[in-house]
Design a protein around this ligand. Sequence first.
Ligand code: FE2
Ligand code: FE2
Length: 486
Amino acid sequence: MQSDVHWDSEEFRKDSEEQLDIRFVEAFVRLIQMARIHKESNRLVSETADEFLYAGRGLLEESSVLAVESRHSRLFIQGERLLFKKQSAVAILSLLSYISRLGVYGFEFNTQLNEISREQAYQFAVDILEALRYPHPLEWLDQRLDSEEYQWVSIIYSLRQSRSEISSAEKAEMVHQLYSCSYNAIQEVSEKLSKNQSAGIRKPLRVVQDITDLVFVDKSMLMGSMTIRDYDSYTFTHSVNVAIQAICLGHELGLSRQSLVRLGICGLFHDLGKVDIPLEIINKPDSLTESEFRVVKRHSMNSVRRLIKLEATPNLLAGIILPPFEHHLRYDLEGYPEVGWSRKLSFFGRIIQICDVYDALTSSRTYRSTPLSPDRAIGMMLQESGGAFDPVLLKWFVNMHGVLPVGTVVELNTGKLGIVSHGGDLRERLLPSVLLLERRGEEFERGETIDLNQHLGRDGRKAMKVHSTHHPSEFGIQPFLYFMEA
Ligand SMILES: [Fe+2]
Ligand SMILES: [Fe+2]
C-alpha cells in the first residue's frame, strides 16, 4: 500500500528546517521503538511512519540526499549538528544510541524515499531491531539493505568529518530532563493507585527505555544524576535512583537492552507498595514503634499486589514481580518478609537490593538528617558482603563506582574543595577527576576540572590527593547543578 502522506508545499514552508530535522529524528526513533511492540497495522505505527516520510521528504526537497550521521556522539542532519533542546534531547540520544549499537555512522536517504510506502518505512525499523539481535549487527544489516526493496537508503560506513564531543553541560541538561520525567512517571502511577484508579505502565516504560538508551552514551553522567534529589518526595527520588543504579549495574554486567529495561522497571516500582503506608508513618521523624514497623514491613508484598493490577501485558508483569517482593530480603535470606525457603534470591532481586540499600544510605531521611558520603556507604556495605549482599555483584557495583563515586564532595590536600565528576577506575588504578569549587562568599562557583592522575609533583608522585570526603549536603550544594553549567 502506498503511503497516503499528503504533501502540501505551503504547509511545508511553515515548518522551519530545524523543526523538520527534529520531527524526522523523533519519528525515526518512535518508529523503531514501536516496531518492537506493534504490528504495522497499528494506527500509531501508521501515523508515525507517515510523519517519518513527511519530514524526510520535506528535508529532501532542498537536497538530493538526506544524511543522518553520528560524529563523535553528536547527531548531524545534512551536515548540520542538531542542538540538544529540552523536548528533543532524548530522541537525539536514542537515535545516536541505535546508530552506535548498529556499528554504523549513520544512514543516507535518497529521493526514492518519495516513492516508498509506510509499510516499507516500518519494515526498515523492524530490520534495524532485527540487526541488533545479532552479535555483528552491521554485517546483517549491510546484507539486508543490499536488496532491491532498499534502494532508498544506504549505510554511512565511516566518519566523514570530526567535530568535538558533546559538551558535558549538554549531556547533564539532558539527564536532568530525563530524571524529572522519571520522577513524574512514578509519581503519577502512585497517585492514581492511592486514589484507587487504574494506572498504566506506558509512561514509566518509556522513561526506563530512555534511561537505558542513555547508559550506552554516558554512564558516568547518569550515575551522577543520583545527586539531583531536589524534589519533594523521598520515595519517588529513591525509586528513580534505584532504577538508574540498577540499569547502570546491569549494563556493567553486560545484560541485554531488553533485560536492562525490565530491571529498570523493577527499580522504579520496587517501593510501589508504600502507597499503602499512612503518611504519618512514612514521615515520622522518630523511631517507629513495633506495630508501625509491622505496617512498613508489608510494603514489599503490597508492591506485588499493586504491580499485578497495573495495565500491562501479563508477560511484562510476570517478569517484574519477584524483585520488588525480595528487595528487603538479604543475600542470607534474613530481612523481610519472612520466607520459609532456602532458595537463593533472584538475580534481579539481588541487584535491586544492593541499589536500594546504597541509595537509602546516601540520602537524607526524616529519621537520619546526615546521610553517609557515597564512599562511606560503600565501605559499610562491603563489611556486609556475603551476608547482606551477594559478594560478586557487590564487587561489580563497587568497581562500577570507581575509586570515589561521582557526586562525592572531596577536600584535597591543597585545601581546595571539589566534586568527583568521574570516579576513576579501581582495576586500572586510575584516580578520579574532580570539578573544583571556588568559594564566593556563601556560595560556591564552578572552577576547572582536574584529573588527579595528571597532577604530579617534582618527585613524580601525585601532587594532589583527596584529604577527606563529604556528603554534598554538608556544604548545602547540589552537585548535578555544577555539572550542568557550561
Ligand atoms: Fe522498600
Ligand atoms: Fe526502596
